[in-house]
Design a binder for this molecule. Structure first.
Ligand code: ATP
Length: 230
């Protein structure tokens, strides 16, 4: 990858190398402005100035537009959820199935999402804007799953949620793993994230400063001192 990403003259990401294997849950961790969202946006193809190569299944995707990358199965659940507030839960989910590959599987995928999130089934006809933050996050993840991702990228799914709902979202991420779904999870919540992911990258000022298996990072003195307040 060796990714460099810029906003005008500002370099937001420097020489970042990350990979996610099929079926893995990998986290990208770091404080505000560390460059996490910029990496995600580079993968999704919505940053104008990116250097380096990005691969999906050993195929370079650099020449693909953002829309084509979604068609390939790179699906991002954006920070702040970005639901359609005046559409119902079901309509929001259906919007996720707009890709060619997912369109023909709408019914089975909707059933699958409702099975994973019974709360959404209960509220399928409710307007998205009237749901709690946690429910809206479930709806945003569900909408991502409707696109039949090869990899789903969750950008700070616990942001702004109460502790109980944060716990629920982490449980959902673990359920995604049980379903064999490949996940790149962006988080600031280092301690809780390292408990559930396989591997992680720690980002600071646009650079990867530590990486490895989650259990190694939890026990690393550097990570403990910088991120876990130990
Ligand atoms: P957060 O948790 O706040 O989203 P982050 O780790 O995702 O943080 P980025 O959003 O990737 O961080 O930001 C990395 C750097 O790029 C920051 O210095 C930020 O100010 C800058 N930046 C982000 N978006 C833009 C933009 N659209 N234009 C100019 N600079 C930007």
């Amino acid at each position: 990858m060796n990714l460099n990403a810029y906003y005008g003259d500002l370099q937001a990401v420097r020489n970042a190398n990350i990979f996610v294997k099929k079926g893995e849950i990998v986290a990208l961790l770091g404080a505000n402005a560390a460059g996490k969202s910029t990496i995600v946006k580079s993968i999704s193809g919505i940053i104008d100035r990116v250097e380096g190569e990005i691969f999906l299944n050993n195929q370079s995707i650099d020449k693909y537009t953002a829309h084509q990358r979604v068609e390939l199965g790179i699906v991002q659940v954006p920070e702040g959820r970005q639901l359609f507030p005046f559409l119902t839960v079901k309509e929001n989910l259906e919007m996720g199935a707009y890709t060619k590959r997912a369109r023909g599987h709408l019914k089975e995928n909707l059933d699958r999402v409702f099975e994973l999130f019974p709360r959404l089934k209960e509220r399928e006809n409710q307007l998205a804007s009237t749901m709690s933050g946690g429910e809206q996050q479930m709806c945003a993840i569900g909408r991502g799953l409707m696109a039949m991702p090869q990899i789903i990228i969750l950008d700070e799914p616990t942001l702004g949620l109460a502790p109980l709902l944060i716990k629920k979202i982490f449980e959902i991420v673990e359920e995604l793993r049980d379903l064999g779904i490949t996940v790149l999870l962006i988080e600031q919540n280092v301690r809780q994230t390292l408990k559930i992911v396989d591997r992680a990258y720690m980002l600071s000022n646009g650079k990867i400063v530590a990486e490895g298996k989650a259990e190694e990072l939890i026990n690393s003195e550097k990570v403990k001192a910088s991120y876990l307040g130990v």
